[in-house]
Design a protein. Structure first.
Length: 231
């Protein structure tokens, strides 16, 4: 992935797909720490730990990870903000309605973008109050996490509203179900749909793109950047 152009490697020991069961803390640590320890010796790019559990994040940071990617947005473990502040690690605060196990069971919003922005603002304030520096906070609207196809398309359409929060924005659209539902394609055949969402996200102002097909999407992002910059 690094050879193909990845700038960050994201490591997770618990699936966050819809309907996924949670795993125990010790099992999650057992899955991620050995990988991070070995990877940290072989790559120069930052390693992100994808977890909402403070104990897992602590062990991962000690093993060589440098970023915490919390899909619960600091909501599921009250000790996480303190850990992030203490270590100085950048933190990704993502919006998710419910948990991975329940998030796709009839998700509902009165105002999807308004509720997402309100949540991200509130949780960023939680981080700031814990002592996290503002320039260490990254936000993620959580495409596919407790959202229907129409919710996700509305987030994409109103992407620019996220910039009002003043934080770098991460977008994770790769292979998501809203692409499959729009194009009527299975997960393994969503490369072009993903590319369209990556281009749109970059043009709208996304700072980080989380993808599966690194080589192809790195090229897509690089070409989009070149066109935006005009050189």
């Amino acid at each position: 992935m690094v050879e193909e152009g990845a700038d960050i490697i994201d490591i997770g020991g618990e699936s966050s797909r819809p309907g996924a069961e949670s795993v125990g803390i010790n099992e999650e640590i057992k899955r991620v720490v050995p990988v991070i320890e070995k990877l940290a010796c072989e790559v120069d790019c930052p390693i992100s730990i994808d977890t909402y559990k403070t104990e897992v994040a602590k062990e991962a940071l000690e093993a060589g990870a440098t970023i915490v990617n919390d899909i619960s947005g600091l909501r599921m473990d009250e000790k996480m903000p303190e850990l992030v502040a203490k270590t100085g690690a950048p933190v990704i605060i993502m919006h998710m309605q419910g948990t991975p196990k329940t998030m796709q069971k009839n998700p509902h919003y009165e105002c999807v973008m308004g509720e997402i922005i309100s949540f991200l603002r509130k949780q960023a304030e939680v981080a700031l109050k814990a002592g996290v520096q503002k320039d260490k906070i990254i936000i993620d609207p959580g495409i596919g996490f407790g959202k229907t196809r129409d919710h996700n398309l509305e987030i994409m359409k109103k992407f620019s509203e996220l910039k009002s929060l003043g934080y770098p924005i991460l977008m994770g659209t790769s292979r998501k179900s809203f692409i499959g539902a729009t194009l009527d394609l299975p997960v393994e055949d969503r490369l072009e749909g993903t590319a369209a969402t990556v281009v749109y996200s970059v043009v709208q102002g996304a700072n980080i793109i989380r993808v599966h097909n690194v080589k192809e999407m790195a090229r897509v992002a690089k070409m989009t950047d070149a066109m935006l910059k005009g050189n």
